[in-house]
Design a protein around this ligand. Sequence first.
Ligand code: HEM
Length: 496
Amino acid sequence: MDTELVLISLIASSLIFFLYFVFKRSKSLNLPPGPQKLPLIGNVHQIAGTLPHRAFRDLARKHGPIMHIQLGQISAVIISSPRLAQEVLKTNDIALADRPTTFGSELVLYGNTDIALAPYGEYWRQMKKIASLELLSAKKVRSFSRIREQELDGFIEFLRLSSGKPINIHKTITKLINNVVCMASFGKNCKQQHALLQFLDEFARINTGFYVADLFPDFKFLYVVSGLRSKLMKLHKTLDKIFDDIWEEHEGRKRDGGDEDEDLLDVLLRIKEEGGLEFPITNNNIKAIFVDIFAGGTDTSSITIGWAMTELIRHPNVMEKLHFEIREAFKGKGKIKESDLHGLTYLQAVIKETLRLHPPLPLLLPRVCREQCKIDGYDIPVKMKVFVNGWACSTDPEYWEDAESFKPERFENTSVDFMGTNYHFMPFGSGRRMCPGITFGMVSVELLLAQMLFYFDWKLPDGLSSTDIDMSETEGSLVAKKVPLHLIPTSYAPDS
Ligand code: HEM
């Protein structure tokens, strides 16, 4: 009883002290306006159980494109307009270049030594440079074209055998893309691939940053009582074992001379051995980088293809126009090669429109303020979290006509691209922390969609019409279609 009383008084006094501190600090700062906050939880009740990008957009309609919210102990600013996104991602890019850490990311990502969640600084700069110049450069991505084309041949064969039967689009594509990422990373389809996919699913579900324990980081016991700590420890152990097994398998193959091409693990090991880096890289750093490659490389692309197929089946006129473009372009050529994809302008427009309405990361990865700065005249103090709602920007009616409708034609004859300079369309983010995997991700999306539409016609299973398609989204930082799309492929003879 005594211990309980002591514990309760301890929590209550820490909270009072914390609230007093927050209140005092916010009085002296000109913070952005925002929805009314409840004691202790702040605005948690307004986003709990919702999809954060949608809840934030709805709140922004009432409170404006820059809003201050309090999520438990976390003080955050939500940006919902392209004009202010530019202030965050360009004007104040360096001041806001940190990432938040959670207990989960710290533990599972080997002390946040990956790229996506590494704090801004020399280590992050070094690793991002290695990613951009060595791992994900256009040349390196091209060197994996044989792997992609070989995996796709198998996939097309699978679709031919499934002709007339419904297939789960997301599941099938995720497996295919993960095969490609595995082979590019480790040279062969690794036995641990399934376990790795399961890990990623679980980690993305847990590490949203919106768990109660993450919202009250000073109260470490919440991690224990909520069971999150033990879940995360277990996840970390599983991941470490998966990587150790992969590593062993990889070493064995290299020893036996079974693999000659340089895969991504070879690249990192070569750089590690060459030395001369300001921050010598360790095996744990390499493991953390592979979490980014798998998390960034698999789901983002398969989610995009899933949404593109969903929109195509809902818009038969777009499907028909795309079929026509692809079938005309490759008529009589026998095979679609990656190098021939650039001429498919309507395909590019369909992919852009899909990413505009369904960016896999609708809230860009959050940033954290490292130097006090001002956005729209409001103070952004050090440690304040900044969320840019990329989806709200790419569906902003001030920038897009008929913003919520799927109309790929809007991207025909425009120079709007996703390279991070158009703040009303930034599915890969913008600024220093922008995605380094655009080429790797886009080539899979383009090649897969081109092949799926060249060789097959697609329809919904009997009894379903396009108006029956459930467009709900999954919860978590990556937003996929909640109810998996099932479609029936029918072989189309290209040269007929
Ligand atoms: C359709 C495919 C993809 C989409 C839509 C996508 C989207 C994004 C977005 C929105 C961000 C956050 C950018 C920001 O905060 O400004 C990001 C960061 C990142 N992405 Fe991607 N991504 C894709 C593919 C990939 C691939 C294939 C990889 C690696 C193999 C990758 C690795 C990363 C990494 C490492 C970061 C963190 C960069 C940093 O913090 O410096 N992504 N991505």
